[in-house]
Write a protein that binds this ligand. Sequence first.
Ligand SMILES: NC(=O)c1ccc[n+]([C@@H]2O[C@H](COP(=O)([O-])OP(=O)(O)OC[C@H]3O[C@@H](n4cnc5c(N)ncnc54)[C@H](OP(=O)(O)O)[C@@H]3O)[C@@H](O)[C@H]2O)c1
Length: 269
Amino acid sequence: MLDEDEYRLGFGTYSLTDEDGIDALVRAIELGYRHLDTARLYGNEEEVGEAIARTDVDRDDLFVATKIAHFEEPERTPEYVRNGVEESLSRLGIDTIDLLYHHWPRNRDDIETVLPVFNELVDAGRAEHVGVSNYTPADLELAADLLEPSPYAVQAEMHPFLPQEELRTAVRDRDAYFVAYSPIAQGNVFESPEISAIADKHDTNEAAVSLAWLLLKDAVVPIPRSKTPDHIRSNREALEFELDDTDIERIDGIDRQARCEDPDWMEWE
Ligand SMILES: NC(=O)c1ccc[n+]([C@@H]2O[C@H](COP(=O)([O-])OP(=O)(O)OC[C@H]3O[C@@H](n4cnc5c(N)ncnc54)[C@H](OP(=O)(O)O)[C@@H]3O)[C@@H](O)[C@H]2O)c1
């Protein structure tokens, strides 16, 4: 499904809560976004469910992704995962999650606890596809051994300041989609002179340039987040113009590495 044009540009929902969050979600769906990315940790699955219920778009035409993680030791049990996913389904008001991610592993034990439960949930029809997020290439090897079938999508941070070449190669080798979070570097792409020059050339803005660059990469699915009506609309300009080879080389050549999400305890290598 993620290879179809309607789903290639997803919609991130972190911090979209309450009535404003529902409004942003309904607006996004009405403008054509069909792939919604939430998480148990965002505390907004009910708002996502409410937006799905309020729009005229059929549930079957939407692709709903959510995530579960268990960061605290007492929660690290299969029951926590099973019950947590049932709670997500109930808050979202749907029968099946299109893409269920393990949000962020703490260690190998954590991966070994969660992923076998995901297999059960797929067999039981509670999730259509399984994904992993914030996994290193080594974690991906383990995931491929534990999951049946292997992960459908790998979600990780990616934008012009974090091109993720090594991880992308590992994901491509496994025929999975690379879902790119923080695809406009949480607004930092607006500070790049290279990206601003390309935006001027195409009469668009820096966010759209960053998203267009991601969309040109093989099997990469960006999920920008916005609650501002004008941004929700203009981010879709990324689907309407193409960067040329000079633009792509210029962005590929940006010599700046920066992660937006980098907790102290995480070892990326
Ligand atoms: N798996 C994970 O661990 C993980 C981690 C982080 C994020 N995510 C997912 O990825 C999604 C996106 O990442 P993100 O929320 O970190 O960052 P992002 O999408 O890169 O950036 C969001 C920020 O950019 C602003 N923005 C959006 N479009 C804009 C535009 N056209 N012009 C100016 N500003 C614009 C938004 O403000 P406005 O609201 O005012 O537009 C917001 O402050 C999240 O919502 C979440 O679903 C997953």
